[in-house]
Design a protein around this ligand. Structure first.
Ligand SMILES: *[C@@H]1O[C@H](CO)[C@@H](O)[C@H](O)[C@H]1NC(C)=O
Ligand SMILES: *[C@@H]1O[C@H](CO)[C@@H](O)[C@H](O)[C@H]1NC(C)=O
Length: 266
């Protein structure tokens, strides 16, 4: 009894993915979602005047509809049916809402039903500078660990979708941004044994600080193989002028799908 308990803790507790998602099959196409709040999703988040707390309005647009063909890797590394707020478990200290993950997946399946089952690996955390994602940090380790766990169930990691930089718009951080981002991309690819891993990089349209322009320039000047850009400029924001509203989260999610299909799916 005790021995089998130890066995259970050892075998399952180390974080192996339990085979067989809820739809009976595991995702063949895995996508890593990482970065900060706009990847985690803040669409529909508002100030509740009564409690002075941020709340989510609970409105899920049709482009974010759940289906058995879109799964998400839970915190305990099982595949569950994905639904908004997709980052609720992982970005658990913040109020999460609608983000790009669900509209990305629905758009992919609408255009290429032959894709089968999509597995999302939510890893984004609100308010995190690129410094917090350098190799060896908690967030870096969590991303690599969850990516490896996701792959254990048999699928392939098709791309990293990266949306971050709003917290790096100060003078000093913006100057160091390009080097740090390139190092992060190179390290992730190396640690996942995937030197050509497709990366879709969202070029930010808002930031905390006066050096948004520098961060955008740094992002646009990244010139690594299989790194492509999707620009968030022009998308509508919440009253905080930092976070995408629901409509814009849908829009950027669809743009990410468009970019993936055009650049990496042949
Ligand atoms: C993992 O978490 C999900 C919900 O997030 C739950 O349904 C499932 O039972 C959990 N699995 C294990 C093995 O703890
Ligand atoms: C909530 O209210 C605070 C204080 O007025 C403001 O700074 C913030 O931008 C608001 N957030 C949203 C999402 O409306």
């Amino acid at each position: 009894m005790f021995i089998s308990f130890i066995f259970f803790v050892f075998v399952l507790g180390v974080g192996n993915v339990i085979p067989g998602g809820p739809s009976g099959h595991n995702p063949n196409n895995i996508f890593l979602l990482a970065g900060q709040s706009n990847m985690a999703g803040r669409g529909g988040v508002y100030n509740d005047t009564k409690t002075s707390l941020l709340k989510w309005d609970g409105k899920v647009p049709p482009q974010c509809t759940l289906t058995p063909n879109i799964l998400t890797l839970s915190l305990n590394k099982t595949w569950d049916i994905a639904r908004d707020p997709l980052h609720k478990e992982i970005d658990n200290l913040k109020t999460c809402g609608v983000g790009p993950g669900m509209p990305f997946s629905n758009e992919m399946l609408a255009r290429r039903p032959d894709l089968g089952v999509i597995g999302l690996v939510p890893c984004a955390i609100g308010g995190t500078k690129i410094e917090k994602w350098q190799k060896g940090t908690t967030l870096y380790n969590q991303l690599v660990d969850r990516a490896r766990a996701a792959r254990e169930s048999g699928g392939n990691i098709r791309a990293l979708l990266w949306y971050q930089g709003e917290s790096d718009c100060g003078e000093q951080d913006s100057m160091l941004y390009k080097g740090r981002l390139e190092k992060f991309f190179n390290d992730v690819r190396q640690d996942l044994n995937s030197p050509d891993l497709p990366i879709i990089l969202v070029v930010i349209s808002a930031g905390e600080g006066n050096f948004l322009r520098n961060v955008r320039d740094a992002q646009l000047s990244i010139n690594l193989k299989n790194v492509v850009h999707v620009d968030a400029m022009g998308l509508t924001l919440l009253p905080d002028r930092l976070h995408l509203d629901t409509k814009s989260a849908v829009n950027i999610g669809q743009k990410l799908a468009d970019s993936f299909l055009n650049n990496f799916y042949h």
